[in-house]
Design a protein around this ligand. Sequence first.
Ligand SMILES: [Cu+2]
Length: 153
Amino acid sequence: MRRCIAMTLTLASTMTLQIASAASAIVVTAAWSRPATDTAVVYATIANNDARPDRLVAASSRIAGRVEFHESMATAMPMGSMNGMPMRGEMLSMKPLAAIGIPAHGKRVLAPGGYHLMLVDLRHDLKAGETVPLRLHFARAGWISVAVPVRST
Ligand SMILES: [Cu+2]
């Protein structure tokens, strides 16, 4: 019985150590969101202090039905011509991603016009001044909790 307790303690301390070292490898800063209804966007800077690349593979928030990873891209669209002048337009679209890679000893910036997270099926409207609880799951570093402030600009 005594041996069993000792083994459990060893296992518990090993797990704590792994969580502590993994959490320090990924650092999320400058997270922010905008006031929104139904669907909100989240931007952040994700730094990886590890020698190995990591990947953001899942995310969740208790104020949203689900969290998706997107990449915004501007696509040039030919729109015919007018008086011999070619007319062109640009269409901004979002591509869903299965994961977002974070380079080794580097960072991934989620910013307007590029990579971002989408909170889909918001349970309430987001207002400036509130904080969104977000959990990010990295393939190597595990789960990381992030408090995302909502601001209008
Ligand atoms: Cu999007």
